[in-house]
Design a protein around this ligand. Structure first.
Ligand code: AMP
Length: 448
């Protein structure tokens, strides 16, 4: 047997995360927290209540709703089998799961419409590139149980309000269209297929496939040749049903009333099958659809398609990573609550014991406190305090323990004073200022 020291230590390669996913490091957490707070605040103001659906669902939930011909289902879904051979999928979006939950939990018995919002991670096997990830966060709103264009207008208004709070509203234009009822759309799809007869060779590979299963998608393809053909294609409006067109006019009237500008975009179709009537997206004013920040629309047929009673609905979802990218580009700063108030430096075992209690008291009072409680000299500890950019340090050495006092040091001014142990917390509270404390009661925390 070899001696322990002779055992060769294996050198491991460090792990990397899979392509298309990323860690949310502390500096970015501040953006996520801020965005979530804004969303929660605006959602509550408008009567929305939060829902969280599971990370995975039966794959059929998405196959049936989003549609087999959509990019999401045909190419981008993470599908796997569980141990009993059932087909499950990581959720690529949340409207279908929310509708599944609406039906399963008999939400049609709740006062209608049911207003729900979510802030959730989603998963798509997309080609990773700027603004496109395989795990990304969306917040979204669903209004289920009422059909009125005033609701579509209110939802758009809410989305813009949130974009405004986050400082990015001006960079996006609202693109608006109606895609009619499924019946009238089917008729138009047939017209489109006829139009493309003989033109297939000019289409991109994706559109050649889409033509048979989802011809409307050819209208918003980004490939140049496809765009040229789409521009000359028969116009959807000429084939849509009267009711959808009237609904659209009413919606525009409401948007005008609340002074929301929009771009009528007859080639906006959205990639998901479940939409009917209203569809809309917020496009980057410079980069267009490529960097849309969010999109939504009406899905009056979806509840029935998922096994419920016919129930009208409208929803919106926005991508949080794209919002953050825009905020960073514009150098929009979010309030940081991570900054510490106090660093505790100590020397000797007795001091360390005193510090444990003191640190606990400070935190309970809302003073954000860090105590490394290491073995370094006071000077070394104060240098650490400098690196953490704390405004104050509390220093307790052997003499201070003996005399029942502590030193409070103003790190910026480089001045310090000695105070009685039981006066340390009140003194710091005064120095830091009541409004800057991180104080909460658990009840408030629920709604913060
Ligand atoms: P969709 O419903 O697919 O239009 O998605 C709504 C919003 O979610 C988009 O406008 C993006 O902001 C965001 N989003 C969708 N897919 C991704 C992705 N793969 N990576 C990052 N954000 C995404």
């Amino acid at each position: 047997m070899s001696k322990p020291e002779e055992i060769q230590k294996k050198k491991y390669e460090p792990f990397q995360n899979p392509k298309g996913v990323h860690d949310i490091l502390p500096a970015d957490q501040e953006f996520y927290t801020y965005i979530k707070k804004v969303v929660r605040h605006r959602a509550r103001q408008a009567g929305f209540r939060r829902i969280t659906t599971p990370i995975f669902e039966f794959a059929e939930v998405f196959n049936r709703s989003i549609g087999a011909g959509s990019d999401i289902v045909s190419k981008e879904m993470y599908v796997f089998e569980d141990k009993k051979g059932r087909s499950l999928a990581l959720k690529p979006e949340s409207t279908a799961p929310v509708v599944r939950s609406y039906i399963q939990n008999n939400m049609n018995q709740w006062p209608q419409p049911v207003l729900l919002f979510y802030i959730e991670p989603h998963f798509r096997y997309d080609r990773p590139q700027k603004g496109r990830y395989r795990q990304f966060w969306q917040f979204g709103f669903e209004i289920i149980g009422e059909s009125d264009p005033a609701l579509d207008a209110q939802l758009i208004q809410l989305a813009i309000k949130i974009h405004g709070d986050l400082g990015i509203a001006d960079f996006f234009s609202l693109q608006l269209n109606t895609i009619g009822t499924p019946e009238s759309r089917k008729k138009y799809a047939g017209i489109l297929q006829d139009y493309y007869v003989g033109k297939e060779r000019s289409l991109c590979e994706d559109c050649k496939v889409r033509l048979g299963i989802n011809p409307l998608r050819l209208l918003d393809c980004k490939a140049e040749d496809c765009q040229i053909l789409a521009q000359m294609a028969p116009q959807m409006r000429d084939y849509l049903d009267k009711e959808s067109l009237e609904f659209h006019e009413e919606l525009k009237g409401y948007l005008d009333e609340i002074e929301i500008p929009y771009v009528e975009n007859q080639r906006l179709v959205r990639g998901l099958d479940y939409y009917s009537k209203t569809v809309f997206e917020f496009w980057d004013k410079e980069e267009g659809a490529q960097n849309a920040v969010g999109g939504g629309g009406r899905y009056d047929g979806l509840v029935e398609l998922m096994g419920g009673q016919p129930t009208p609905a409208v929803g919106y979802a926005a991508g949080i990573e794209r919002i953050i990218a825009n905020m960073k580009r514009e150098k929009i700063r979010v309030p940081s609550k991570d900054e510490l108030h106090v660093f505790v430096a100590q020397l000797g075992n007795e001091a360390k014991k005193k510090c444990l209690n003191l640190i606990e008291d400070m935190r309970e009072s809302g003073i954000k406190t860090m105590g490394a409680l290491g073995k370094g000299s006071i000077n070394i500890q104060l240098r650490i305090a400098d690196k953490f950019k704390v405004p104050y340090s509390v220093i307790i050495g052997i003499t201070e323990v003996r005399e029942g006092v502590a030193i409070i040091r103003d790190m910026k001014k480089g001045v310090q004073e000695t105070v009685k142990m039981d006066k340390v917390v009140p003194k710091l509270v005064k120095l830091i200022g009541e409004k800057n404390l991180d104080r909460y009661t658990p009840g408030e925390l629920l709604y913060s």
